[in-house]
Design a protein around this ligand. Structure first.
Ligand code: ACO
Length: 329
């Protein structure tokens, strides 16, 4: 039986900085409690990068471990897609920094800015490159140093975020495995719901800057929450339908790790059993575009995901933007 060329995940990798920040530690920064954070978000701790670890460093570490698992030589990489909203610099891209760090000199590298949906967007881009025959080996990374953009005096956001990176190596498969379907959608009418106002070219940092937190992440959390549950659910149902499978055939859901209550509401709507859901929000918090590949790598290395499994990934984030991908492992 012949199969169409698909983009299969040949290896996964991740990196999280060693420093753990507990909920109790946050109690000394803002008026909050370990109990509130656990009950409302499911987060117990998050990782925070120290000054010596940049976003591109984490991206390179995750990509290196994915390449090792995929037995992918540096000279074989054709494309590096780094999804991030916390790149080391506005220019050049984080992707080019990863290229330099890992010596991937036959590749083209660039970044994707799609907030927490960035990794899923990267998968969709890689799928197009590979299925069209344009490129063969694509490294897709999600890397974030959100602690740099967190307002540590805003209790409604600072308890949520953490730093990490995750990555996959994609290559062509002809045995039916690989990405079966992808879906993405955004709605810029809600762009102000999750925003960093100051620091771009429209409102640059000024020399005399009265700090009011506007150069850090601000969010209308409850509004984002509702859209997240609805639209991630819709995106998942779309990719399931496009692939011609049924929700009960899904082996694993790897959702964006933003909030345990969002994950529970999502999987309840899809009718997928809780024991099929990969969770690590308790240990890492919301790491934006790193969240899905970090959870995927943990599940893969723990041997939970097996060849032939159907793996459903989904994410949403600032834009607002959301998406899903369904993969035959
Ligand atoms: N500690 C204690 N109390 C708090 C805290 C805190 N850390 N944060 C908020 N509260 C209080 C509020 O002030 C409010 O008090 P009030 O009733 O006296 O006004 C009360 O708790 C309830 O606040 P809500 O905001 O209604 O709480 P909610 O249940 O909605 O949870 C949360 C807030 C966790 C932010 C939730 O809305 C959420 O997870 N939203 C989605 C976040 C997200 O995932 N964003 C997208 C991705 S991020 C990206 O793209 C970079």
């Amino acid at each position: 039986m012949t199969h169409p060329i698909r983009a299969m995940i040949a290896g996964t990798g991740s990196y999280a900085p060693p420093r753990r920040m507990s909920n109790t530690e946050l109690e000394s920064l803002v008026e909050t409690s370990d109990q509130w954070i656990r009950e409302r978000t499911g987060i117990h701790e998050r990782r925070i990068a120290d000054d010596s670890i940049s976003c591109a460093d984490m991206a390179a570490a995750a990509a290196r471990s994915a390449m090792e698992l995929a037995c992918c030589a540096p000279e074989d990489v054709d494309v590096i897609v780094d999804a991030t909203i916390t790149a080391d610099y506005l220019l050049p891209s984080n992707g080019c920094l990863v290229q330099e760090k890992l010596g991937l000199f036959n590749a083209v590298a660039f970044d994707v800015v799609a907030a927490c949906t960035g990794f899923v967007a990267g998968l969709a881009i890689a799928r197009g490159f590979i299925e069209s025959g344009m490129y063969r080996k694509v490294v897709v990374i999600g890397s974030e140093r959100l602690s740099s953009l967190t307002n540590w005096s805003d209790r409604t956001t600072c308890v949520l975020f953490g730093d990490a990176a995750g990555a996959v190596v994609l290559e062509p498969s002809e045995n039916g495995s690989g990405i079966l379907s992808t879906f993405m959608k955004s709605d810029g009418r809600m762009s102000e719901w999750l925003q960093i106002k100051v620091g771009g070219t429209k409102h640059p940092h000024k020399r005399e800057f009265a700090w009011d937190g506007s150069d850090k992440i601000a969010m209308r959390g409850t509004d984002v929450f509702k859209v997240a549950v609805k639209e991630m659910g819709n995106a998942c149902l779309k990719v399931i339908e496009q692939a011609g499978v049924k929700p009960e055939e899904v082996s694993w859901v790897v959702p964006h790790q933003a909030n345990m209550r969002i994950i529970e509401a999502l999987t309840k709507r899809l009718g997928i059993a809780p024991d099929k859901v990969v969770i690590n929000v308790d240990r890492y918090g919301n790491t934006s575009s790193a969240s899905v590949p970090l959870a995927l790598d943990e599940a893969n290395r723990a041997g939970r995901i097996q060849p032939g499994d159907l793996v459903l990934m989904t994410a949403f984030g600032g834009g607002l933007i959301w998406g899903a991908a369904l993969v035959r492992w």
